[in-house]
Design a protein around this ligand. Structure first.
Ligand code: SF4
Length: 300
């Protein structure tokens, strides 16, 4: 059992660093994809202008350890932990780390009571932050953090196939039509260029959760399921022909990546859940040593 007393203060410090890095710095794979997107646009085009502004913002955020975006987003911790891990103590420490990061301005105060609309002032509230756990047998402790903004969350979509309006049946051709429909509907409102996490199957709740989890994958990882690898590539290519571009200003890059995974489903339902992540794809991760210090950064 890893006790709370063993977790602090090193874990508290490590989580502080994780929050700072996640909020202020793009992961290496996303930064590289954004650089490429900028290179591909015509000089002085609206898309190039938008991507230049984003780049300036990125440089300043990293330099001053300031939020990449004013929208802190939903704070989600994904923890892969050894057996007998003290989840309650971990959450207390993580919540304290979020409160401190908010006080320091690394995270803007951005979580409100759903009924009163009142801001909690410290980014803590019912169900926020979110904690998602997986247990491993290896003894390692890996913590990933994702900050997902409201604009891109709003353009996420869930389809129940068949969908007559899209002429989308219960097969991968239908899935492709549904996902591209979500991209068309989003236009620039999700702060494109975006990244899609997609789940085929599951139920309404597990489908969305699993689609969001795909956003933790590296942009350049390879789907081990050949037909889904092909589908990811096709959707990415087709979406980038739509001309939506950065922030909807037109251009060649509407999406930076597409990540698709299946879940078993009931014969009666066929959900396609799409989580849209904006260019400010704030995800970072750490692997901790036995003293709860950072041994390795995952997305640097
Ligand atoms: S969608 Fe992303 S980039 Fe746009 S405002 Fe929200 S967090 Fe910021």
């Amino acid at each position: 059992m890893i006790k709370a007393s063993e977790m602090t203060p090193n874990l508290y410090n490590s989580l502080q660093l994780l929050i700072e890095s996640t909020s202020s710095e793009l992961p290496i794979d996303v930064a590289m994809a954004m650089d490429l997107a900028k290179k591909n646009e015509r000089e002085k085009s609206s898309a190039a202008y938008a991507l230049n502004i984003i780049e300036e913002n990125r440089v300043l955020a990293k330099k001053y350890i300031a939020p990449l975006c004013q929208d802190t987003g939903t704070i989600s911790f994904y923890i892969n932990h050894p057996q007998h891990f003290d989840r309650t103590s971990f959450e207390k420490i993580a919540i304290d780390a979020v409160i401190l990061a908010t006080k320091k301005g690394v995270l803007r105060q951005n979580s409100v009571d759903s009924l009163s609309g009142l801001n909690s002032g410290d980014n803590i509230g019912l169900g926020h932050p979110g904690f998602y756990y997986e247990e491993n047998q290896t003894g390692s402790l890996e913590i990933k953090l994702m900050l997902k903004g409201g604009g891109c969350e709003n353009v996420g979509a869930q389809y129940s196939l068949p969908d007559i309006s899209l002429d989308a049946g219960r097969d991968l051709v239908g899935v492709k039509k549904a996902v591209l429909d979500a991209v068309k509907n989003a236009q620039g409102k999700g702060c494109s260029p975006g990244i899609l996490g997609v789940c085929i199957g599951g139920d309404r709740s597990t489908g969305y959760a699993h689609s969001k989890k795909q956003l933790l994958r590296f942009l350049n990882d390879e789907n081990q399921i050949a037909e889904l690898k092909k589908l990811e590539e096709e959707i990415l290519a087709d979406a980038n022909q739509l001309g939506i571009g950065a922030m909807g200003f037109g251009g060649k890059t509407t999406l930076l990546g597409v990540k698709i995974a299946p879940l078993h489903r009931l014969p009666a339902s066929y959900f396609v859940s799409v989580s849209y992540m904006c260019w400010a794809h704030r995800r970072q991760g750490i692997i901790l040593d036995n003293d709860m210090n950072i041994k390795k950064w995952i997305y640097r």
